[in-house]
Design a protein around this ligand. Structure first.
Ligand code: ADP
Length: 628
């Protein structure tokens, strides 16, 4: 193809899908296209100002950074122009033809076809430039990278149907102009008053002037429509709730309202301003290690970088916001950020602010706090390992499903637990399991249910790992109910009269152990069981099942854990085994007992087919049903 002609490209498959979904599910919010375009324009201006720190010549021509919005009623078009960084031809093809987020395909699979739900999800994803197609028949982008010649411009066009073309063009000014030709039913966006209103509503906080042509009178000039002052630099008491919300949407590309924010100007030895938000919904890629994290860093109002990860610990990676530091050098690099003692001090102060914000939310707005915990609780917990200095505070913020929770929600705090446990109970009990269902029916809970002792039910992927770092809360130690021996005297309630295991009993234990010698460590009578016949118990220091899975996923082989088998002496099946004289049948019963102890914890059997065979051989022994 001629290098001077137009080239046609197909959109990446994900873009096509996104375009289709967006046009359908965001129709009723379609005005947001303007916010997205102004937001991109503002980012482009920020980027140029940053690059110009090292190369002032980039800003030599083209005037002050600004954003212009124009309406052409005859052409039925609306135009958003910036004089920011612009794009080279390669960049246009790359940026306006693909989606950069990794994991997009997986995200799109979650779309349900239900308009309301999908629009929520798409909102979380961040719609950006492509949202212009909700109102456009066609879109034209003229752009020129700052520092290149006017002839090096590029013209991108598309009707959003699957293809776009790019051709060289000459563009007098640096930066980007996006021209949208409106659909027939989008007349409302040709009304200057409507557009002014939208700019004030969505883009008031943008730090650059957003201008429009003056209306009425003879005046021919342009006027600035927004306030054009970086939001975080204004005093707190002068900022409206909605302004904070809009600013959040601008920096986070998230449509959902934030749950809370904290805005502080710190003066004195270290001067900085921070505005940190708690999002209302987890981004679709929260668990993706390469996903964008960190805050927007400004130094004296000059944008430096988007993903400054040095200002918050990893376990607070869901926090979005801005830090504007006065004492960092403008040419601050990643290395400088890593070593600068100012940065470390700001990080620990910001961590406190976020934990304070969470405290406040938990106390004052418990409903919102529940949302927070549902979305981000599993991430916050990582802090137990990452941030020993704040361990107690993090533990205080944790919420659990317990044997007393009403529904399936993690709704009980450790303070709730201790308050209801009373002063006699000197231990906090918990159980780990793969699912809440399995946890609730675990045989390990029987004695606790019997005595009315609450047990925390932990089912998050990293629970076993993080609990290693939390051995006490308010001086009470934690205790895994599936480990070691349980002393029923410590659980209060009525104590059954215990009899010394007689000789026959000890014989039974020995016989079972002989059959299962490879699979189990000790065979003993249980203090835990009420209903079930048997359960498996691991040692205090053994590696648990969840940890084993984690290690396996990381390609490491964990040492084998050999559990002990506990039998319920009062269970009819165990009674039956006592009297079983036939060695073959005794072996069969012993193996079945082990199988069911494994199954009742919600775990897989190593050899399910062998289990089915054993069970069937017993069922066949039942013989034919009685004649009726
Ligand atoms: P996002 O802004 O979330 O990255 P968009 O789809 O809105 O996603 O934009 C994709 C990319 O296109 C941006 O990351 C940016 O590199 C580029 N881009 C969009 N608008 C502009 C603009 N006005 N000036 C320069 N680059 C732009």
């Amino acid at each position: 193809m001629e290098s001077t002609g137009a080239s046609t490209y197909g959109f990446q498959a994900e873009v096509k899908q996104l375009l289709h979904l967006m046009v359908h599910s965001l129709y009723s919010d379609r005005e947001i296209f303007l916010r997205e375009l102004i937001s991109n324009a503002s980012d482009a201006n920020d980027k140029l100002r940053f690059e110009a720190l090292g190369k002032p010549e980039l800003m030599a021509d083209g005037g002050e950074l600004r954003i212009d919005v124009d309406i052409d009623k005859e052409q039925r078009s609306i135009t958003v122009s910036d004089n920011g960084i612009g794009m080279s031809r390669d960049e246009v093809v790359e940026h306006l033809g693909t989606i950069a987020h990794s994991g997009t395909a997986r995200f799109l699979e979650r779309m349900s076809g239900d308009q309301r739900k999908d629009s929520q999800l798409i909102g979380q994803f961040g719609v950006g430039f492509y949202s212009s197609f909700i109102v456009a028949d066609s879109v034209e982008v003229l752009t020129r990278r700052a520092g290149t010649a006017p002839e090096e411009g590029a013209r991108w066009t598309s009707d959003g149907q699957g293809e776009f073309s790019v051709e060289p063009c000459t563009k007098a000014d640096r930066g980007t102009t996006v021209r949208i030709r409106l659909k027939q039913d989008a007349d409302e966006f040709l009304d200057p008053y409507r557009i002014r209103g939208l700019i004030r509503k969505y883009s008031d906080h943008i730090a650059f002037p957003v201008t429009m042509r003056q209306e009425g009178g003879e005046a021919e000039g342009r006027e600035t429509v927004n306030r054009a002052k970086a939001l975080w630099t204004r005093p707190r008491n002068e900022i409206e709730h909605d302004e904070y919300v809009e600013f959040y949407k601008h920096i986070s590309h998230d449509f959902t309202e934030p749950l809370a924010w904290t805005h502080n100007k710190v003066e004195g030895k270290r001067e900085y301003t921070c505005l940190l938000y708690l999002p209302g919904a987890a981004p679709f890629d929260l668990w993706n290690r390469e996903a964008p994290k960190g805050v927007k860093l400004y130094v004296q109002r000059v944008f430096i970088t988007d993903g400054a990860t040095q200002f918050l610990p990893l376990y607070l990676r869901f926090v979005r916001g801005v830090v504007d530091a006065s004492d960092l050098p403008l040419n601050v690099s990643r290395e400088v950020l890593q070593q600068d003692p100012n940065v470390a001090a700001i990080k620990s102060a910001l961590t406190k602010r976020v934990l304070d914000m969470l405290d406040r939310l938990a106390k004052d707005e418990p409903e919102k706090y529940r949302t927070f915990w549902r979305e981000f609780g599993a991430v916050l917990k990582e802090g137990l390992a990452e941030d020993p200095a704040n361990r107690e505070r993090i533990a205080e913020l944790m919420r659990f499903s317990t044997t007393r929770s009403a529904g399936d929600e993690q709704d009980r705090s450790l303070d709730d637990y201790l308050r209801d446990a009373g002063t006699d109970q000197d231990v906090i009990y918990y159980l780990q399991s793969d699912s809440l269902g399995a946890a609730r029916s675990s045989p390990h809970l029987e004695i606790f249910d019997d005595r009315g002792v609450e047990v925390l039910l932990m089912t998050d992927r990293l629970d076993e790992w993080v609990m290693q770092f939390l051995d006490k809360y308010r001086d009470k130690p934690f205790r895994d109910v599936a480990r070691g021996e349980i002393d029923p005297k410590k659980l209060g309630g009525e104590q059954p009269v215990e009899t010394e295991a007689n000789k026959e009993d000890r014989n039974l234990l020995k016989r079972v152990k002989r059959v299962l010698r490879e699979q189990v460590d000790e065979v003993r009578f249980s203090e835990r069981l009420r209903e079930s016949a048997a359960c498996l118990v691991i040692g205090e220091d053994d590696i648990g099942y969840q940890m084993r899975e984690l290690l396996k996923a990381a390609g490491q082989e964990a040492p084998r854990t050999v559990p002990s088998l506990e039998l319920n002496a009062r269970h009819p099946l165990i009674e039956r085994m006592r009297r079983e004289g036939d060695d073959t049948r005794f072996e069969l019963l012993s193996r079945l007992i082990l199988d069911q102890a494994t199954l009742s914890e919600g775990r897989q059997l190593e050899d399910p087919a062998a289990f089915v065979k054993r069970l069937n051989s017993l069922l066949v022994e039942l013989g034919a049903p009685p004649e009726s």
